[in-house]
Write a protein that binds this ligand. Structure first.
Ligand code: CUA
Length: 172
């Protein structure tokens, strides 16, 4: 069976395209630190307020004994709780996010923090914020910190576009 030269050429092009796209995934994973957050940890989204971790009093930022900063957020139509958190740049941080109702998405401008927040699961993101990166997109505060917006990037209903919060990033 012979393959027409033109067909052979298009076969080569399609293989090349797949290789280029695969290469881009690997390149951005290293160069831009883009990687899918994965954390299979289940939680009862209807009872978040009764859990030890995601009760209202425990939301916000906490520094663990080993120096890691842990931020806990609850996303619910159409709010992010708490509305504002303060995170240090240049320090390893862990974000733990749960949805109280439907699918939401969390994106923090100027950082690589981006994850789906699936009801029934705890979304966890490990990262270190680069101050120069948030400074490029954020608003400078008098104390030298920078505030960047945090928003929902999964359509979750009529109020989706008003699901915003703020992250104040302090200098390392
Ligand atoms: Cu929550 Cu869109």
């Amino acid at each position: 069976m012979s393959v027409h030269p033109l067909e052979r050429r298009w076969m080569a092009i399609s293989v090349l395209l797949v290789a280029v796209m695969g290469g881009l995934v690997v390149y951005t994973a290293y160069a831009s630190r883009l990687h899918p957050p994965s954390n299979v940890e289940t939680i009862d989204s209807t009872r978040l307020h009764l859990t030890a971790e995601f009760a209202e009093d425990h939301l916000g930022v906490e520094r663990a004994k080993d120096g890691t900063v842990v931020a806990r957020l609850v996303m619910a139509r159409y709010m992010v709780h708490p509305q504002e958190i303060t995170l240090p740049a240049g320090t390893p941080i862990v974000l733990r996010v749960a949805s109280a109702d439907v699918l939401h998405g969390l994106h923090v401008v100027g950082t690589n923090i981006g994850t789906q927040v699936v009801p029934g699961y705890v979304a966890e993101v490990h990262t270190t914020i680069r101050f120069d990166s948030v400074a490029k997109y954020g608003t400078a505060n008098p104390d030298g910190s920078v505030t960047v917006p945090l928003f929902c990037n999964e359509y979750c209903g009529l109020g989706h576009q008003s699901m915003w919060g703020r992250v104040r990033v302090t200098r390392p």
